[in-house]
Each structure stands twice: as C-alpha cells, then as structure tokens.
Design a protein around this ligand. Sequence first.
Ligand SMILES: NC(=O)c1ccc[n+]([C@@H]2O[C@H](COP(=O)([O-])OP(=O)(O)OC[C@H]3O[C@@H](n4cnc5c(N)ncnc54)[C@H](OP(=O)(O)O)[C@@H]3O)[C@@H](O)[C@H]2O)c1
Length: 289
Amino acid sequence: MTKKRVAIIGASGFIGRSLHKQLAKKYTVTGTCYPREISGLYFLDITQATEVNKFIHKTSPDIVIHLAAITDLDLCERNKKLATDTHVLGTQNLVNTCQNKSIKFVYFSTDNVFDGKKGNYNEKDIPNPINVYGKTKLAGEQEVQKLKNAIILRTSMPFGIESNGKFINGTIEKLKNKQLVTAFTDMIRSPTEMSDLTQAVHTLIESDFSGIIHCVGSSKLSMYDAALEIAEVFGCEKNLIHKSKSTDLQLDAVRPYDTSLNNSLAKKNGLKFCTFKEGLIKLKKQMTN
Ligand SMILES: NC(=O)c1ccc[n+]([C@@H]2O[C@H](COP(=O)([O-])OP(=O)(O)OC[C@H]3O[C@@H](n4cnc5c(N)ncnc54)[C@H](OP(=O)(O)O)[C@@H]3O)[C@@H](O)[C@H]2O)c1
C-alpha cells in the first residue's frame, strides 16, 4: 500500500521538528522551512501565493499540517504587518491552494485567542484576543473555517526534550544550576507534553474529526506554580523561585491572565493528555537517557 503524503508547513520549528520525527514513521513527509534554510526541508515562504501553489502542486499531499507562525508575542506586537502577513495572508494562501482538493488540513492555533478572563475555555467559548498574536492567529482560524473538514487544533505551552530556550526547560536548567528563577503568578496556562501532542495529531489525521479541538495538558496552573512543580520533580531548591507579574515588566504584548483550555472534547475523541507533573516525570526520564 502506498504511504499517505503529509506536508508539514513550519517543520523547522519546535513542534514541527517533533511532529516530523513522529509522522515520518508512517507517512511520506515533506517538511518546509522559512526563513532559515535547513537541509532536507523545502524552502517555502507561505506569504508568497505562487510559491505555495507550486509547493502543493509538486508534493501533492493528502494531509497538510500548518504550523508556520511568528510565535514571539512581543515581535508580533511590534511588527503587526509581519504577524498579519504570516498568520492571515499565509494561511489564506494555503487555504486557497488546498480548497476543492481532497486534502485534510490541520491548522495549529493557540490559547491566546481568548482574553483570559474566564479560563477553562472549551471549543464553544467565543474568542476575544487581546494581543496581535492572538488576533492574527484567530483571523487565520477564520480563513481555515472556509475549508470543509479542516481541523483547528488549539494548544498551549508545549514542552519536551527539544524545547531549549522555552520557559519550562529554561527553568529546569536554571534551578539545576542553582540560579534564581522569576515566574509569573498572573499567567495561568495548560502546558502540554510534546509526545501527547504529536500522538494527538497522529490520531486526529487518521480520524474523521473536523472542527475546533483543544489539545492541551490536563493541568491548569500559573507559571509560578509550574516552577514549583519543576523544582519538586527535579529535586531542586524551591526558594530559588521568586514570584513576579507579567504586568510588572514592560512587555510589548499584553499576556492574557487565564487561558487554560478544557480538553474534554479531545479526551472524548480518545486523545490522552497527562498532567503537568506526569509530563515533567517523562521529560526527566528522557533527559537522563
Ligand atoms: N510554542 C507555543 O507555546 C505554542 C502555543 C500554542 C500554539 N502554538 C502554535 O503552534 C504552531 C507551531 O509553534 P512552534 O512553537 O513550533 O513555533 P516555532 O518554533 O516558532 O515555529 C514556527 C515555524 O514557522 C516558520 N515560519 C515563520 N514564518 C514563516 C513563513 N513566512 N513561511 C513559512 N514558514 C514560516 C518558522 O521558521 P523558522 O524556524 O525559520 O523561524 C518555524 O518553522 C504555531 O502555529 C503556533 O501559533 C505554539
């Protein structure tokens, strides 16, 4: 039997790299990169409609997983054109090219589409983004909704062995080196363990599911509480962790308070998401192997 062809748009990124590894076991995967050129990946700027068309024509995928984004919230705030071009125009180009073809389309979205006033958001809650990143990612979702049978997968704070430079791995490194950590008490999230996330994508693309789905870890906690759990699991000093507030810093993008997502629908569809502590234990094992 011929293998299905999967195109991963944004395969050089954090989630894209893990997804590429996982899906390559079963599918013929073509990953794209831009603006960094990476050997083995197809160089594609999604803001260029002709290039997007050429790519889809050439690779003729059965499944497109669209991860390309500007994930630096402050950069999005400072450069609204870059965020709009990437999240809205880029998504529109992919949607236009995939429309009327039998391609399964998965769009990665974010908890930042919510204003953070309520928390525990489910798929029926009405988004109300308060920063440019969230607003443009939501506009991207609206483009994707023009497709029949597309999946809009919202996730939050993915973490895994390769997440260098991100909050969770950064905190582990600092605590192990007995350095001080400051962590926000006013940012409540649902961190998501990477292998749960990639397995969820794998299951979803094999299923008939379409629509919005929240694929996040099963805990809801502030970044400060997350740092305390990290210290506990990795056997580090808790008194190295200091409370701070995102509002104390001069950040360009406002951070919504509680964007924890409810993953009941994902669980109903057979997807499994561990708690933050279970995810940290998995990560610790991976780090020691
Ligand atoms: N990380 C999170 O906390 C998080 C949370 C919720 C949702 N998400 C969503 O999940 C998706 C993947 O996130 P991630 O953490 O893997 O992000 P990431 O590491 O920043 O990766 C984004 C990818 O997009 C590529 N890219 C940027 N501009 C492009 C363009 N014009 N054309 C084509 N590719 C372009 C990047 O290339 P380079 O590698 O060369 O920069 C990279 O491959 C995004 O859609 C994001 O909104 C992420």
